[in-house]
Design a protein around this ligand. Structure first.
Ligand code: HEC
Ligand code: HEC
Length: 336
């Protein structure tokens, strides 16, 4: 066999396509993108009035002026309450087939309803008070009419649809990696190019595949889950408390899902420390070592780790500018 043939064979049998992130996220048929919905959803995303006491907005924990998270191990919600998991970024969440670390929401629409009634996030007792506050703001009533012209009432589904539509604009194509795979061979550093080969050769891509590096592209609602740790018993289990949260098991109650998690994206991963569902790992190089050990049972050499980190850094995208929108106000009346 000549060398070229072997190379082709390798490329084909490895079946890994280096895909760039699409320039647009697609929307479900029942919630098409419109300019009015994007604008409305953006206002709701930034509006703390959808929380029980007017203090917490989606942006509080998913700061889209930066990397779309809060940089904390655990988020802080209403009245300083703390949850047990780290906030993932909302940037490129539109490309995930299921939402949350454990995949318990099948779409962005379904996800958006969760925080408003989560006692440690926005703290509403139900969605009803959210809607009644929105109805007190004439500007919102007008905007809902424009965004949902065929609908008579404002419901929580409309709120969620608008927010999800805004989130579908929060995407970061055109990272150095995307430019590189589209043909600009100067877009990535030599270390990043070596790292790209390393993540393939050591086996990371068996889980982190696809343009979003979060596994195969599946229909909305179908998640790609893996055990973490897949090889239990390393020093890291205890050091970073990797097993006390049972993950997907809490959703399905199926013993096979014990410590299973949705495979998360690598997009902008260099900007979203701390790492993992519990936010216990502080640095990206340590996260890479933990992954190699717990998922592949491998100890990487220091230069493999630094090359992989360089590759992951090349997945930091160009963030479209976000401007804090002016929120519709209410005249002469208190809302709380
Ligand atoms: C108090 C902090 C907090 C607030 C407020 C909050 N979130 Fe989150 N968000 C989180 C945490 C923590 C998670 C992960 C929870 C889990 O997976 O169990 C999360 C998960 C998500 C995800 C899933 C991302 C992924 O990778 O799976 C999306 C999307 C999201 N939030 C959007 C929103 C929207 C929209 C709002 C406002 C309606 C909001 N969040 C309000 C903390 C917050
Ligand atoms: C067997 C599947 C599998 C393999 C192989 C794998 N990962 Fe992961 N990876 C996961 C899962 C599942 C998570 C989510 C873990 C959790 O619950 O926090 C994850 C999380 C991560 C995170 C943290 C994400 C975040 O937002 O905090 C990084 C970084 C990462 N992986 C990098 C790698 C690297 C680099 C390799 C190869 C050395 C690799 N992974 C191999 C399944 C895998």
């Amino acid at each position: 066999m000549n060398k070229l043939f072997v190379l082709c064979l390798l490329v084909h049998t490895s079946a890994f396509a280096w895909d760039a992130l699409p320039q647009h996220a697609s929307a479900p048929a029942e919630n098409p993108m419109t300019a009015q919905k994007i604008e409305l959803g953006k206002k709701l995303f930034f509006d703390p009035r959808i929380s029980a006491d007017g203090t917490v907005s989606c942006n509080s924990c998913h700061n889209v002026m930066k990397s779309g998270d809060d940089g904390r191990p655990h988020s802080v919600g209403i009245q300083g309450k703390e949850g047990g998991r780290s906030a993932p970024t909302v940037w490129n969440a539109a490309f995930l087939s299921v939402q949350f670390w454990d995949g318990r929401a099948k779409s962005l629409e379904e996800q958006a309803k969760g925080p408003m009634i989560n006692p440690v996030e926005m703290g509403n007792s139900s969605h009803e008070p959210v809607i009644s506050r929105i109805l007190k703001v004439p500007g919102y009533v007008e905007e809902f009419k424009k965004a949902f012209p065929k609908e008579k009432d404002i419901t929580i589904d409309h709120v969620a649809k608008a927010i999800a539509t805004y989130e579908r604009t929060l995407i970061t194509p055109n990272s150095p990696y995307d430019l590189y795979v589209r043909g600009n061979k100067k877009a990535m550093s030599a270390a990043a190019i070596r790292g790209m080969a390393t993540v393939q050769s050591v086996g990371c891509l068996s889980c982190h595949s696809g343009a979003n590096f979060s596994g195969p592209t599946l229909p909305e609602g179908v998640g790609f889950y893996q055990k973490f740790p897949r090889f239990p018993g390393s020093e890291y289990d205890k050091k970073y408390d990797l097993t006390s949260d049972s993950g997907r098991f809490q959703v399905t109650k199926n013993p096979e899902d014990q410590n299973s998690w949705r495979v998360p994206t690598w997009r902008n991963i260099a900007l979203t420390a701390p790492y993992f569902h519990n936010g216990k790992v502080q640095s990206l190089d340590e996260a890479v070592r933990v992954m190699a050990k717990t998922q592949l049972n491998q100890d990487l050499k220091p230069e493999q780790v630094s090359d992989i980190v360089a590759f992951l850094e090349s997945l930091s995208g160009k963030f479209p500018d976000q401007k804090m929108p002016r929120l519709p106000d209410i005249s002469g009346k208190a809302i709380y």
